[in-house]
Design a protein around this ligand. Structure first.
Ligand code: SF4
Length: 220
């Protein structure tokens, strides 16, 4: 778990909503209750919070509409957390865009204060912030991760189109703790990546495969 300034959120019991920064606003593309479709937590119900803004700009990105934060409403933390709490979710997934473009301290503190675990999916290219129970690092060569994130990575998930991406995956894995779960994920529109990954994982079984199961199942 990563905690801002290494402060344990549990010692902040009694933190009221003002402390949790419920007035802080975030550019929000969408938030919704769904099933986590990728990675170690595949198949679990989760409240997704997709923050807008991304300066990484992968050419194959499937959420390009998230890149410009000015095109999305600025929503108070309290509104997002209230919506999440109306569901039966046990954890929230903060994604983007690149969520670490924003200071996540207020949003993650409020989510945790409301009893939700907090997961993040990030390229790691901006400074870490927030109270995070699970960090999924999805590093991109277009803007490399900052070194500070590596000690806290729970799951390394690398999108693969070609061989070069597997080399990139190994370079990043070398910086992660031994406990990090290592996953290769085929790029959805590049079918040839599937065979590449299958062959690699069979020869290197410390890696696993992450599939975008929500796309197979048609889950939003
Ligand atoms: S980091 Fe994520 S949101 Fe940003 S361009 Fe790449 S895939 Fe898209």
């Amino acid at each position: 778990m990563y905690k801002t300034d290494q402060v344990d959120i549990s010692i902040q019991k009694g933190m009221n909503q003002a402390h949790a920064g419920i007035e802080t606003k975030y550019p929000l593309m969408e938030d919704f209750y769904t099933i986590q479709g990728e990675g170690v937590h595949t198949g679990r119900a989760a409240y997704f919070i997709r923050l807008a803004g991304c300066d990484v700009k992968c050419w194959w990105c499937d959420v390009k509409e998230s890149w410009d934060s000015d095109k999305h409403p600025k929503v108070p933390t309290g509104d997002i957390v209230n919506r999440a709490c109306k569901t039966d979710a046990s954890f929230a997934v903060i994604t983007g865009g690149e969520p670490l473009l924003h200071n996540l301290d207020p949003l993650t503190a409020a989510l945790k204060e409301s009893g939700l675990d907090v997961h993040i999916e990030t390229s790691g290219s901006s400074p870490l912030s927030g109270y995070l129970d699970w960090i999924t690092l999805s590093p991109k060569r277009f803007k490399e991760p900052m070194d500070e994130i590596f000690p806290y990575v729970d799951e390394l998930k690398v999108v693969v189109l070609k061989n070069k991406d597997i080399e990139w995956a190994e370079m990043n894995a070398a910086k992660c703790p031994d406990s990090t779960r290592l996953l290769l994920q085929p790029e959805w529109d590049t079918p040839s990546s599937v065979e590449l990954i299958i062959n690699y994982v069979k020869k290197n079984p410390r890696w696993g495969i992450s599939l975008q199961t929500h796309k197979f199942l048609g889950v939003p």
